[in-house]
Write a protein that binds this ligand. Structure first.
Ligand code: 26V
Length: 821
């Protein structure tokens, strides 16, 4: 079966076969008789790359000739996952490749498993960046993603006696077939040193930065293939190396050892992704990472601009827009100022006006511990010229904006200052980002409201039009078409094949929600996906699960605010009910977790340990009679998500209201027909609006109720003393029931909920959560009723395609025009 796109490119199954064999010979130096799966995979990648590179050349030539305005997405993280089947799907070659390989005696799934995940991100923020660059290419918008070429991505997780063990991830140990090194585009950047004030011949003051270190940035390009043979954009990731130029001096003065050490130090910058999300560690290397990639990227953008426009800066804001993915790349703002004022000799006002037309900032979290602040002291050491520029930006902001609206109000100045005063003065990166950007957005309606009302209310008073919302989305190509081929086929039949690029078409499926035949097909597909997952679970954990049980899935980073421990307490309550009443009537349920904890986040690791220990006990307790199983899948990552999501019946989205900015897993699970158990938080609210209250189990305190409860004084002890089930399960954690001979091993959770004050209101929401879970149980007993809910979830979440998010950014922020290739 040749897809129309593939036919148009002239690629036939036969040609693909010949190409794969050709590469087996000429690129891999092996042949069909002795090639390993790895070699077959690499040969197939090489064959696919012939088309990828054609698209890349065409796209770059077209953008250059038409001198298009382009988006530059600045992100410390891109959680790409695997690219093999994604690229095949987007080129329209997947079915052909599958056939071609089958004729060669190779299973395509075996080749897919040869690829390491490209895990250059922590969680939601990094995966969002990956979905966005997919949509940008699909929608033919000129765009470049900029980031860091980490040698080691997010750590690999395993469990040892239930405890998380981290091992380094080496995704490109044996070379990655999708990346191209571009030595012709290296950049050099500076750090450390001191600033000298000099006067030129006219007596004008100039600042000269004498760097202490020069570092080379080597760009690696990863082609980003749009769906349906549209544009092929690039993700450009910078690798750090010691500068050749700089090392010469050291060599010449006889310092071989020093030179070698400097090599290592320079290479350290892009060595490893920081595995914390949300808690700001304030590490020097992290600041250097941020500056390194921002400076390399800005210089790259300026080099390209100058090729077309020479030294005329006037068109720069017309051609260039830069989106800051959270505050992590905010140092790009003073860096562009430095380039314009110190290097291009532009006056401050013109330079600042230009900057403010170029940058836009997305906020991804309200958690105070995640709001980035850097010690001024550290800035002075690493970026001595930038801290001066930040002071000047701040001085003018306070004098020309704050003092004009609130004359003489020193409290306001203290609150709004980019520099936080105190024993250790700090640079507030959020403030810097708002002041330096022309647009600021949150990532779901409620989150954007809270950004304005709680985080930056005075900034809204100063610039009401600066603030906006863009609700997140996910790419349906990866998160439905590629990961759930069975459901995709059904959708092709029922709503036509246009849904991957027009996800609202899925709403046609709602017409069939009551149709018994469609219900049967839909649930049969879910059942097959569950059977596949059950096999995978057996393979990875040795745990046997009943594939007809409810598959209840919570997959996301481990965080107190995401409340995996609320889920766990409810599991304990169910277990206790079963033990107290051997005939306790419940639909069999498998609770499945996937989550990595930041290596330094103690309580998160204790929660993982507790889930594993409790799982062990429950899974081996005969009295449970298979009503309850608990599985913690190790090493949760994009590739595992692709197996879990199509098999989910229930999606756990249970953060404390006001804490989860948006969530995107919630969208992926609903899209694949899972029913959400969720709080009114982040995008759950918008999902509920789309699917309707019959098709989602909402529970818990609202944002306003959370605020009111905190204001009136929250006492978690009261819930402990007033609810016997809560008391029993918390006390249970202190015994040695789950850790024989070692009482108290699981008590950290109880401690945080009682003595620790339960900052995320786990106990306050427990009862309401347990009721919502009862509702799920009763809903599931009605087979047709459940099928209808599942179908309506898939049918009604078309809003959450990242294509829609991108179109929102384009109309509200970026003002781009599509460029057909
Ligand atoms: C923060 C930090 C703090 C310093 C150390 C390194 C580091 C790395 C990442 C982060 C930010 C994490 C923020 C994040 O991932 N937010 C998530 O963004 C998703 C996409 O917008 C959103 O769906 C989630 O609700 C939000 O938690």
């Amino acid at each position: 079966a040749t897809s129309p796109q593939a036919a148009a490119t002239g690629a036939t199954t036969e040609q693909l076969k010949q190409n794969i064999i050709k590469h087996l010979h000429s690129s891999l130096g092996t042949d069909v008789n002795k090639a390993s799966s790895q070699a077959w995979w690499r040969a197939t990648c090489a064959a696919v790359n012939e088309q990828v590179f054609d698209g890349l050349r065409n796209t770059q030539r077209t953008h250059y000739q038409q001198d298009t305005r382009a988006l530059h997405y600045f992100s410390l993280e891109y959680l790409m996952g695997r690219l093999f089947s994604n690229n095949l799907h987007n080129l329209g070659l997947f079915e052909q490749a599958k056939l071609a390989l089958a004729e060669l005696g190779i299973k395509i799934a075996d080749l897919e498993d040869q690829e390491e995940d490209m895990a250059l991100g922590n969680g939601g923020l990094g995966r969002l960046a990956a979905c966005f660059i997919d949509s940008l290419a699909t929608l033919n918008y000129p765009a470049v993603g900029y980031g860091i070429h980490y040698e080691h991505g997010l750590f690999k997780q395993s469990f040892q006696d239930g405890r998380q063990i981290e091992r380094p991830d080496s995704w490109r140990e044996y070379a990655n077939p999708w990346e191209i090194c571009r030595p012709e585009s290296v950049q050099e950047i500076s750090v450390y040193g001191y600033v000298e004030t000099v006067y030129d011949l006219q007596g004008l003051m100039k600042k000269v930065w004498h760097p202490g270190r020069i570092i080379k940035g080597v760009p690696w390009d990863i082609p980003v293939v749009g769906y349906n043979g549209s544009s092929v954009n690039v993700l450009r990731l910078w690798e750090s190396r010691a500068s050749d130029f700089f090392n010469w001096d050291v060599f010449n003065s006889g310092g071989y050892i020093d030179a070698a050490r400097e090599n290592i130090e320079a290479e350290t910058i892009s060595k490893v992704l920081y595995p914390n999300d949300e808690t700001d560690a304030g590490k020097e290397l992290r600041l250097i990472q941020q500056y390194f990639f921002c400076s390399c990227s800005l210089k790259d953008i300026i080099r390209r601009y100058k090729r077309a426009h020479g030294d005329d800066w006037s068109k720069f804001p017309q051609q260039v827009v830069i989106q800051l993915n959270d505050t992590h790349p905010a140092v790009a703002i003073p860096e562009l100022m430095r380039i314009l004022v110190d290097r291009a000799d532009m006056n401050w006002d013109d330079a600042w006006a230009l900057c403010q037309q170029v940058f836009a900032y997305t906020n991804h979290t309200l958690l105070p511990e995640a709001l980035e602040r850097w010690p001024v002291r550290l800035f002075e050491k690493v970026l001595p010229r930038h801290i001066e520029i930040i002071y000047e930006i701040n001085r003018r902001f306070l004098a020309e904006q704050v003092d004009v609206l609130w004359p003489g109000d020193h409290a306001k100045k203290r609150k709004l200052s980019i520099i936080e005063e105190g024993d250790e003065p700090m640079v507030r990166m959020g403030h810097l980002s708002v002041v330096g950007s022309f647009k600021v957005n949150g990532v779901a309606e409620i989150h954007s409201k809270l950004v304005q009302s709680d985080l930056f209310p005075e900034m809204v008073a100063l610039w009401p039009d600066k603030f906006t919302n863009v609700t997140n989305g996910v790419t349906p190509r990866r998160w439905l078409k590629a990961c759930n081929p069975r459901l995709s086929k059904l959708l092709d039949e029922k709503v036509g094949t246009g849904w991957p690029v027009n996800l609202k078409l899925l709403s046609k499926l709602a017409d069939y929600a009551d149709d018994p035949q469609v219900q049967d097909s839909f649930m049969a597909i879910k059942q097959q996906n569950k059977a596949d997952l059950a096999k995978e679970i057996k393979k990875l954990t040795r745990i046997d699960i009943d594939p007809t049980a409810i598959f209840d899935i919570q997959i996301k980073r481990l965080h107190e605010y995401k409340r995996q421990h609320l889920n766990l307490l409810h599991i304990l309550a169910l277990y206790r009910r079963i033990l107290q009443n051997p005939d306790y009537d419940m639909v069999p349920r498998v609770f499945i977790f996937g989550a990595k904890a930041a290596p330094g986040y103690k309580l998160a690791k204790e929660i993982i340990y507790a889930i594993n220990k409790i799982a062990d006990k429950i899974n081996n307790d005969k009295r449970v009679k298979n009503r309850l199983k608990v599985v913690f899948m190790p090493n949760y990552r994009v590739t595992l998500a692709e197996k879990l999501i199509p098999a989910a019946d229930v999606s756990e989205q249970i953060s404390t209201a006001g804490k989860e900015a948006s969530g995107t897993g919630n969208m992926k699970l609903a899209l694949n027909g899972a029913v959400t158990v969720g709080t009114l938080d982040g995008a759950n609210i918008e999902i509920a609006e789309e699917v309707g209250s019959d098709n989602i189990a909402i529970f818990g305190l609202t944002v306003d109720e959370v605020k009111a409860l905190h204001a009136s004084g929250y006492h978690s002890h009261e819930y402990y003393h007033n609810n016997p089930e809560i008391k029993a399960v918390l006390d249970w954690l202190e015994t040695d029931y789950f850790t024989p001979g070692k009482p108290g091993e699981l008590s950290a959770i109880k401690h945080s909920l009682l003595e620790g004050g339960d900052p995320y209101l786990v106990l306050a929401d427990f009862e309401s959560y347990a009721k919502a879970q009862q509702l799920i149980d009763s809903w599931y007993r009605d087979k047709a009723g459940w099928a209808k809910k599942a179908i309506l979830n898939t049918a009604l979440v078309g809003k959450f395609t990242s294509d829609r998010s991108i179109e929102d950014y384009v109309s509200k922020v970026w003002q781009l025009t599509p460029c057909k290739i």
